[in-house]
Design a protein around this ligand. Sequence first.
Ligand code: NG1
Ligand code: ZN
Length: 542
Amino acid sequence: MDLGAITKYSALHAKPSGLILQYGTAGFRTKAEHLDHVMFRMGLLAVLRSKQTKSTIGVMVTASHNPEEDNGVKLVDPLGEMLAPSWEEHATCLANAEEQDMQRVLIDISEKEAVNLQQDAFVVIGRDTRPSSEKLSQSVIDGVTVLGGQFHDYGLLTTPQLHYMVYCRNTGGRYGKATIEGYYQKLSKAFVELTKQASCSGDEYRSLKVDCANGIGALKLREMEHYFSQGLSVQLFNDGSKGKLNHLCGADFVKSHQKPPQGMEIKSNERCCSFDGDADRIVYYYHDADGHFHLIDGDKIATLISSFLKELLVEIGESLNIGVVQTAYANGSSTRYLEEVMKVPVYCTKTGVKHLHHKAQEFDIGVYFEANGHGTALFSTAVEMKIKQSAEQLEDKKRKAAKMLENIIDLFNQAAGDAISDMLVIEAILALKGLTVQQWDGLYTDLPNRQLKVQVADRRVISTTNAERQAVTPPGLQEAINDLVKKYKLSRAFVRPSGTEDVVRVYAEADSQESADHLAHEVSLAVFQLAGGIGERPQPGF
Ligand code: NG1
Ligand code: ZN
């Protein structure tokens, strides 16, 4: 380590003194102007992690669905996964070290993790379309360079594309080519082959409206469009040519406000979807003939996908274990439908895709989705081999199903939830099954629900258990929630500290929207009283 050079360059990316940030569920996230030093230091950390794992590490500059003025950074581990927990702690220490302590912290991390400093390091970098992203990713590069790491800057990429690049590079090209072309080719080849098998006669020309949240998804979809245009025609809205990133549009807006994005004209029964700002989330929706808005969230996406995969397995005659992984935010109706009607086992983990991803790896086929539309399906290597063999050997009908499954495996991003890949899988399944958006929506009816935020002095006073469905502290809070829940039918409620914002999140569902709204409000008041609420008391009404 050339400590002199590190000190010199670090001074050019100086930390505002007193600023404390936490490496949360999605890395560091805050106002862009506070992030320069964090970027430089994450460049340094990525080099150490790369040396330690002897693999390529990814660094993504994005704040996903958060406002345009924000930004963030996260590290991507060798197989495309989120950073290992012990390194999240190192990231926090390094980001918060005052200028004079930086060297010591770097040396500490290297020693604790037995990093061989002589080892080569390689880091790949991607960024979203935020105005601040280009400069911030340059700061990452400065950090990488000063520690002697090699790098490749992919420039503008969706978050899942960066995960894909990391995964490709660390699996010797077996998964795919680590180029944007490679990504487009792999996905669109699988998609076009799949949709060719759709035999519905009189199939209307498949078209889809896509709200790109004024983000990176628009650029990438536009580049990719002509690769898959045989199977699907996409019409892009909120493509960044005028509106602001994530403002009144995008998957997070549509899901949390339960209404369509601005800037998109929707005719009745047209199939529409929204990406978030870095294109790792997707939700679908439509207007019915009466003009009512219907949201199809991550839970219904998981249901469509897992049902279809199960059907294919039955057809091939393979008894592979398939599981769906959700979080506490999954609509109660989805869990019931999957368990009782589809007979698919469902598991609940803590919020944050790394928890879902990890759990999904336990199955031959693990489908995981957060209700907000972030998810994918994972296939074990053994399954992939088995399916490839079946596709060669089985007789006609079974072979067809095995071929479909083979293409679906190629179409899902195995490294991360990916709006583009999920969109193509969904479109293929709808075409193959001849399902309209209303028929898909009709699988089950969501229980009305409401999500709220409460400001408290210190959100860490709330701790939870049972995959965040129960509060352990502060004392009395869970009892209060239990009593409130009892007042309503088909009701459920829970609270948890957010991992990305300084708020406590409240979720409630019940048999009617009015009840869900009331319950959410009452639970918010309980949080405000028992967990040190600050500012104005939560008001009823939304
Ligand atoms: P927090 O802020 O911890 O609730 C949010 C989402 C997560 C996940 C992360 C990362 C909800 C309720 N929470 O986390 O699902 O996507 O952001 O972006 O949607
Ligand atoms: Zn995102």
